[in-house]
Structure formats: structure tokens, C-alpha cells
Design a protein around this ligand. Structure first.
Ligand SMILES: [Mn+2]
Length: 388
């Protein structure tokens, strides 16, 4: 049994307003083409297809177009909901419900903990668990968010065990889950992690039956192995880069194969050549100016960080002008010398996300109160930002 494991597409995310000629579908189309060309009959998306719950029409349509291509070529599409497109209230409709409503053959939408059998594969699902669903119930109203998180996790594990009782044991079983893992590296979604998530551990997910644990949520690609049964727990990470923090991260998806005997699971990372490129030009001295990779500047979103003193300021100015002209997108120059000697020499002109801005601001507050409650303040600020 062979399948594609992909996650965190975040279609509709836009890094920069000027990112006009960026085609948000190239990456996904690349993955779909790969599946079709390699004759892989199942395409599992482990959550966060869209960046927001109400994606623009052209984004929904572009996704639908790829789903159509896959289905027409005999590839089944299995969709699990993540936190970005999911409905906090399970009764509330999300746009992905269209696929269920239209009963498109070959498309499966999983919004709850459950069990599916697709051809010769058992799939157990854990979508992103929204605590709000529990918090709204009377019996949990008095509990803290953390306590509810733990109760939520217990429900997940008992759900997994319940559905493991229903699988067809002739076939291999995979767990598809959109969850934070305590052993995992968060990558670029750290603000969500802060929002009082209670991560699960690989130990808690470790069941003999799982040949492969297909994760979504963390944006950094990573492979962890469970202790007891040695099962692979895999995050493909996000399909695309969204900011400078991911400049050197590899982006892509996994091509997974489980042997018929279920004895062997192999998986291979397929790198996405269409991921956005970021390039931080670091200048510590005059010599660094000569080693700028101009080819890279042309195809990248570029920032310049100046942190050392220069003999030739004019040359540096020229460099900045050239980078502004040649970069795919030039986001700004940061003069770190100003921070070092406390003189403000230049304006900071970098694009950062609202979450990063909030984080920076809160970190800078050094009153005893701010220090003591930093995490809580951050959490609240982010929850305001995320309120819809
Ligand atoms: Mn997520």
C-alpha cells in the first residue's frame, strides 16, 4: 500500500502584499502530479489545507481543481481537518463540507475521531481537537484550559483504542492526526503552541497496530520513532515557506509505502521545488558585500541585516539599492549596530507577522509584572488576534 502524506498547505497565505505573481497552487499541483506520475492511488492531507476558515473563492476553486485532477486519475483524496480550516463547533459548516455534500467519489473528509477503510488500508483519524467544544459544556466550565486539554487528550486516546477494535486486521493501519507532539519541534506555528495546547507524547500514541503515524500541525519536517514499537511518527511539515524563520528548512511531502505483510514501512521525503525562497543577506564587514549570491537574490524574498562596522558605507548603500531592484521581493534592511550601541541609525523596515510583532513587544517589556506574566499576556494577546 502506497500513499502520499502531505500536510499544512495553508493555501491562501500571503507573505507580502507585493507577492502578486506568486502562484499558490504550484506546490500542490507539483504534489498531485507526483502522485499521478508515480501511480500512487491515495493522497492523504493531514490538515490545514487553507490558511483560514473562509478562504477566498479563487483559493477554494484552485484546491477543487487539484482534487478533480487527482480523482480523475484514480487517486483517492483523504482530508483531515486541522485548526486552520476546522470548525470549533462541529455543528458549524466549513467549506470543506461541500466535498461531503456533493458525495464526490474518491474524496473522504474526516472531521472527527474515527475509522475509515480505503481499499486495503485502515485509517484512524484525529482532527485538531478544539478545546472550545468541551469548554462550552457545563461539566467542564469550571475547569482550567490545561485541565480541559488533558481531558481532551484522554478522549483522543480512548477514541483511538475504540476504533482500533474495529479495524480489519488483514490490512495495515495508519493514524492520521493533526496534533502537537511534546517531542516535536514546532517550527513556525509556535504561537498556536503557546495557546495552552496540551501536546500528546509519542508514547501515548504508540499502538502495535500502527504501521505509520501521519501527522500534521508542526511546520518543521521531522521524523520521530515511537519507543515501544518503533513506529515512525512523521510530520511532513508545511508545504511552503512562510517566513525567514524557515529560510533553510526543506519543504515537501512524503511518499510512503507499507509492505503487504505489514512488516516493513518505507517513506521518502519529496522536496517541493516551488516553495518560496527566503534569503537573509548578513553583512558583518566590507568583505561580506562581495560574497552576496545575486542569483539567489533574484529568486528570493530578501532582507539585509547589517551588524558590523563598515569602512565603505557608500558601497553598502549601493548594495542595498541593487538588492531593492533585483530581489523578487525586498522587505528591508535591519541595522543591528543601532541595537548594539544604543544609537538609532536606521529605521527598521522589516515585514513581520502580527504574532511576531506582539512577541517582540512583550519580550521587550521588562517590568516585574510583565516578566512574571509574560506567557499569559502573550497567550491573551494572541487569542485576541485570532478571534474571528
Ligand atoms: Mn495546524
Amino acid at each position: 500500500m502506497r500513499f502520499i502524506h502531505i500536510a499544512d498547505l495553508h493555501l491562501g497565505f500571503r507573505s507580502y502584499e507585493r507577492e502578486k505573481d506568486f502562484n499558490p497552487f504550484f506546490s500542490l499541483q507539483f504534489a498531485a502530479r507526483y502522485a499521478i506520475e508515480k501511480d500512487i492511488k491515495l493522497f492523504i492531507i493531514a490538515g490545514d489545507i487553507f490558511d483560514r476558515r473562509d478562504p477566498p473563492a479563487f483559493i477554494q476553486r484552485g484546491f477543487a481543481h487539484t482534487v478533480k485532477k487527482l480523482v480523475q486519475n484514480g487517486v483517492k483524496v483523504f482530508i483531515l481537518t486541522g485548526n486552520h480550516e476546522g470548525a470549533p463547533n462541529p455543528m458549524r459548516d466549513i467549506h470543506l463540507d461541500l466535498y461531503d455534500e456533493l458525495e464526490i467519489e474518491g474524496v473522504v473528509l474526516a472531521k472527527t475521531i474515527g475509522y475509515y477503510r480505503l481499499d486495503s488500508l485502515n485509517i484512524i483519524t484525529v482532527p485538531y481537537p478544539f478545546k472550545r467544544n468541551l469548554l462550552s459544556k457545563d461539566e467542564y466550565r469550571e475547569k482550567s484550559e490545561k485541565e480541559v486539554g488533558h481531558i481532551m487528550n484522554e478522549k483522543i486516546f480512548s477514541g483511538i483504542d475504540y476504533f482500533l477494535g474495529k479495524i480489519d486486521r488483514k490490512f495495515p493501519t495508519v493514524l492520521v492526526a493533526h496534533l502537537p507532539l511534546s517531542e516535536g519541534e514546532v517550527g513556525e506555528e509556535k504561537y498556536i503552541y503557546f495557546a495552552a495546547d496540551v501536546p500528546v507524547s509519542t508514547e501515548q500514541l504508540d499502538r502495535k497496530e500502527f504501521s505509520y503515524i501521519a501527522m500534521g500541525h508542526f511546520h518543521k519536517m521531522q521524523i520521530i520513532s515511537t519507543k515501544k514499537f518503533g513506529h515512525p511518527v512523521v510530520y511532513p511539515g508545511s508545504l511552503d515557506r512562510i517566513n525567514f524563520g524557515e529560510e533553510t528548512d526543506k519543504k515537501g511531502f512524503f511518499d510512503v509505502e507499507i509492505s503487504e505483510s505489514m512488516k516493513k514501512t518505507s517513506f521518502m521525503f519529496v522536496e517541493n521545488p516551488f516553495a518560496r525562497k527566503f534569503y537573509t543577506v548578513r553583512i558583518n564587514n566590507d568583505k561580506d558585500i562581495d560574497s552576496i549570491q545575486w542569483d539567489r537574490v533574484k529568486e528570493s524574498i530578501v532582507r539585509i541585516i547589517l551588524s558590523g562596522d563598515l569602512q565603505d558605507e557608500k558601497l553598502f548603500k549601493k548594495l542595498v539599492d541593487k538588492a531593492k531592484k533585483e530581489a523578487k521581493i525586498f522587505v528591508g534592511m535591519e541595522d543591528r549596530r543601532a541595537v548594539q550601541n544604543n544609537i538609532v541609525r536606521s529605521n527598521m523596515n522589516l515585514s513581520i507577522s502580527p504574532e511576531e510583532a506582539v512577541e517582540k513587544y512583550i519580550k521587550r517589556q521588562d517590568s516585574a509584572f510583565a516578566k512574571k506574566h509574560r506567557e499569559e499576556i502573550f497567550k491573551r494577546a494572541i487569542s485576541f488576534l485570532k478571534e474571528e
